[in-house]
Write a protein of this length. Structure first.
Length: 475
């Protein structure tokens, strides 16, 4: 089975793609120029030391970005986060010019990211709303640059990933604690978020981000990352890590899941369920092949926890139970009806613009959406990420985006089975990606920077870590 997954992960094509790019006219010229500069600087030890300092600084800037990602001032200041990401990239480029680190490798995931960017560029220059599409393109460029920066920084030292995740968890924990405080005091909503005809009014926390669905989208990937980071660090065989940090990270993941439920985000509920199902199914398949005697105890544990969770919701959190059941109310719930109208209009947009899309970004989307929407159902996005990608960038962009996620999941699978060192980090990254995918099917907060930076961090981490596992598989 792993051989089939390896083919689907395109891992055997990594070397060929790397050589193809490095031997191309444009990339080859840039590499030759960089090598020439590095050769001239070899006899300048101070510049070499400066390059090493810049390499470390780039990593620290990346970690710092995730530490401040949940800060209230960045809930609206998207440009500030973009500038920090670009600063990290510029610092890393400066480090490489000055001779820091070794040679870097490209892989097929990088090819799909490049294809996705090309689709955005083509959609921009083909759009009827080109000035507005340029704004969306600029965001796509920032995220793609960020992806490559993270991937290359982690290629240099894979041990940096737990520190970057740790930085994200510091911010996530503070945001979570503030959200729990809001629930305790019964914070007033900033807008009408419930349909009173279907569900009772309850407290929905939004913490520093001002929106419950956005808060859920931000916290969802952090829960599995925290849990499996807690398991991963036990491999260091350090008593402090084993008895303090590891249990602390697992406890933090529980707090984050609790906060997600208290947001009242129905997409968040679906994502929690989908992520738990993915993890349980993955562990069962793994135990079937390695430790079949543990299958029965694990299944019993899953059933017991599921029953206890259902009873807890029914007796202690009835408003959340009503909120979950409203998912299945169909068009009787106003939010469901609203999404259905948006989905129909967005599908019509895709059918008319399936080849190259209407142009990236919500500004271009809204201008085109006005031609298709039903009166009274204005929207900032499609409330479905794959549909959004297809509408904005056309079929090629949709293919590259979906293929990127699929290949990332396949590579995480290979790491879990073939790379014992990063096994649980790989499972945490894959579970985090699943959580974003599931919520993204019914919501549009995916494109907010607090969520989108986490998405590209996860994908870049899988890309960087998988290079080691791909080599093992090829052997």
């Amino acid at each position: 089975m792993n051989n089939l997954i390896a083919k689907l992960a395109l891992s055997k094509g990594d070397t060929g793609f790397d050589n193809l790019v490095k031997n191309s006219l444009l990339a080859g010229s840039l590499i030759a120029l960089a090598n020439s500069l590095r050769h001239k600087l070899e006899n300048q030890p101070l510049l070499k030391k400066l390059g090493n300092v810049l390499a470390v600084l780039s990593f620290l800037i990346l970690a710092g970005l995730f530490v401040i990602l949940g800060a209230p001032q960045f809930a609206a200041d998207k440009e500030g986060l973009a500038l920090i990401a670009l600063l990290a990239a510029a610092t890393y480029i400066g480090a490489k010019i000055l001779g820091a680190g070794g040679s870097l490798k490209l892989n097929c995931m990088d090819a799909l990211v490049a294809g996705y960017l090309i689709a955005n560029i083509v959609a921009t220059f083909s759009s009827h709303y080109m000035p507005q599409a340029f704004k969306g393109l600029s965001k796509a460029i920032v995220y793609v640059v960020f992806y490559f920066t993270v991937s290359f920084v982690l290629q240099e030292k894979k041990e940096r990933l737990p520190w970057i995740i740790g930085g994200a968890l510091v911010s996530g924990l503070l945001v979570t604690l503030y959200g729990l405080y809001q629930y305790k005091i019964g914070v007033a909503p900033l807008a009408t978020w419930e349909d009173p005809s279907v569900e009772s009014k309850g407290t929905r926390i939004y913490s520093t981000l001002g929106n419950p669905n956005l808060l859920a989208g931000y916290l969802l990937p952090l829960a599995p990352l925290s849990f499996f980071l807690g398991i991963y660090i036990r491999s260091y065989k350090n008593k402090l890590l084993d008895w303090l940090i590891s249990p602390g990270l697992i406890a933090v993941s529980g707090l984050i899941v609790l906060a997600v439920f208290l947001t009242g985000s129905r997409g968040g509920f679906l994502a929690v369920g989908g992520t738990l199902a993915f993890v349980v199914l993955g562990l069962i398949v793994y135990l079937l092949t390695s430790r079949p005697k543990l299958i029965f105890p694990v299944l019993i544990g899953v059933v017991v926890v599921s029953v206890l969770g259902a009873l807890l919701l029914h007796f202690l959190m009835p408003t959340i139970e009503q909120r979950i059941l409203s998912i299945f109310a169909g068009s009787e719930h106003s939010s469901n009806a609203y999404r259905m109208h948006v989905w129909r209009a967005s599908l019509a947009m895709f059918k008319d613009n399936w080849w190259i899309g209407v142009g990236p970004g919500n500004t271009a989307f809204r201008l085109a959406y006005g031609l298709y929407m039903k009166s009274g159902f204005d929207a900032l996005g499609t409330y479905c990420v794959p549909l959004e990608v297809g509408v904005e960038t056309g079929i090629f962009g949709l293919f590259c985006f979906c293929a990127l996620i699929f290949v990332a999941m396949c590579r995480a699978h290979l790491m879990f089975y073939l790379d014992s060192k990063y096994r649980y980090l790989a499972l945490g990254l894959a579970a985090a990606l699943v959580s974003l995918i599931v919520q993204g099917l019914v919501d549009t907060v995916f494109y907010r920077p607090q969520v989108h930076f986490l998405f590209w961090l996860i994908v870049a981490s899988i890309s960087a870590l998988s290079l080691n596992s791909a080599t093992k598989e090829q052997r």
